[in-house]
Design a protein around this ligand. Structure first.
Ligand SMILES: Cc1cc2nc3c(=O)[nH]c(=O)nc-3n(C[C@H](O)[C@H](O)[C@H](O)COP(=O)(O)OP(=O)(O)OC[C@H]3O[C@@H](n4cnc5c(N)ncnc54)[C@H](O)[C@@H]3O)c2cc1C
Length: 391
């Protein structure tokens, strides 16, 4: 661990992992995360249909943090000088980076997470009819993975909203709905299932309109919450907005604070919440902290948010729906960018972690940085529009 100023990074997701990695050579960095590993979030659903995929997408924090300290625990509260963990440890800081994007319910051990994907896969393989509850990115990507890898299975998707993928525009929703229907997925919109009383043995489900659905198993794809409940017990409580995100200034510092930053999904920047955005936040904040360490009165670089929301939702192994700066397309071109490797090789490279040749399938490939990803997406979108490439 490098000496000097103390930087505590809370949350080891996309934003926090990259920040800790960027800063470990310049400060005494501590990463606090409830799990011993970083999980490439985009790969989660592929790991249900192909559990071996998780061998590459679950990366021990110690694989890329050679100089930083890792504390496997959760933040419980914070003062202006220290973070307190749920185990009672106090982590003093000169600079604090809050990156607790979404709450995490899974195990802290990598081996247990691998086991989880094996058991989810077994559940899937043993079922003929599968109910997915939730039609956001998790539900849609899971449906896509299942119909492509297990076309013989019947998939029913229930979504409370009036359209799928509401974080994207209606074009993306409509194209996705048509594609799922073409794969015989039964999509039920505007209906809800109460997930609080479901168990592994449930096979009959009732929606709020009284509709009865029979399925051998179910997957819950709702309920991802902003990871900010711990902030209620901290001195930063008054900086939470009504969505539970932290109010930041133009340099991603907490409003009114000089040494505390919030990045990724937990920051209330007015833009789409995506991993590539979290990566940009991590880069900017790391540069600003480096400047402050050199000279506390440095002028900080300001954050320029993405003007156009850009996102891709994979539909199995080769297709995706992409909302790109020049239009919305569903097909192989966005699929080539995302769906083949789900940015696993790209993320490993960005974190400086060697590729696992033993578990790299012939489907894998890597891009080199978040900037490359953005440039490729723009070029591909332009090409797609010129050639009118849509399915
Ligand atoms: C299915 C799916 C597909 C997606 N596809 C894409 C895509 O193709 N491209 C893209 O750019 N984005 C995509 N996203 C969005 C992207 O995953 C998120 O925007 C990104 O993960 C946000 O990063 P983050 O670091 O802010 O939060 P997260 O990645 O959610 O990380 C938060 C971290 O904080 C930790 N944490 C939570 N509470 C505490 C606490 N109290 N104390 C300590 N640690 C805590 C968690 O364990 C976790 O490690 C996708 C998301 C999903 C679900």
């Amino acid at each position: 661990m490098a000496g000097g100023k103390k930087v505590v990074v809370v949350g080891g997701g996309v934003a926090g992992a990259h920040t800790a990695k960027f800063l470990q050579d310049f400060a005494s960095v501590t990463l606090l995360d409830p799990k011993e590993y970083f999980e490439v979030p985009f790969a989660m659903l592929r790991s249900i249909v192909e559990p071996e995929f998780a061998e590459r997408s679950l990366i021990l924090h110690t694989e890329y943090l050679k100089k930083a300290r890792l504390v496997v625990s959760s933040a419980k509260s914070a003062t202006d000088t220290e973070v307190v963990t749920t185990d009672g440890e106090k982590l003093p800081y000169d600079y604090l980076v809050i990156a607790t994007g979404s709450t995490y319910q899974g195990p802290s051990k990598r081996s247990e997470r691998l086991q989880y994907f094996q058991s989810e896969n077994k559940k899937l393989k043993n079922a003929s009819t599968i109910l997915i509850i939730g039609g956001g990115p998790v539900g849609v990507e899971l449906a896509g993975e299942i119909v492509v890898d297990f076309p013989e299975k019947k998939v029913i998707l229930v979504h409370a909203g009036e359209r799928l993928l509401e974080f994207l525009g209606p074009k993306a929703s409509n194209k996705t709905l048509s594609w799922l229907k073409s794969k015989n997925v039964e999509v039920i919109l505007n209906e809800k299932i109460d997930v609080s009383n479901l168990s592994d043995s449930t096979t009959t489900y009732t929606t709020n309109t009284g509709r009865s659905i029979t399925a051998d198993t179910h997957f819950v794809a709702v309920g991802r919450k902003v990871g900010s409940s711990w902030i209620v017990g901290s001195v930063f409580k008054s900086l939470l907005d009504s969505d539970g995100r932290l109010k930041v200034d133009e340099s991603l510092r907490l409003e009114g604070k000089t040494n505390v930053f919030a990045i990724g999904d937990v920051a209330n920047t007015k833009e789409i919440k995506q991993g590539y955005v979290a990566g940009k936040h991590a880069e900017l904040v790391s540069e600003n902290i480096k400047k402050l360490i050199k000279n506390p009165s440095s002028k900080l670089t300001t954050y320029k948010r993405m003007a156009t929301p850009m996102a891709m939702v994979s539909l199995g192994r080769s297709l995706a729906v992409g909302q790109l700066p020049f239009g919305t397309i569903l097909g192989r071109i966005p699929g080539m960018i995302k769906s083949k490797d789900l940015f696993v090789g790209f993320t490993r490279k960005a974190l400086g972690v060697a590729e696992r040749k033993d578990s790299l399938s012939d489907k894998g490939y890597a891009l080199s940085s978040y900037k490359v990803y953005a440039v490729v997406a723009i070029l591909v979108a332009s090409a797609a529009i010129i050639h009118q490439y849509t399915l």
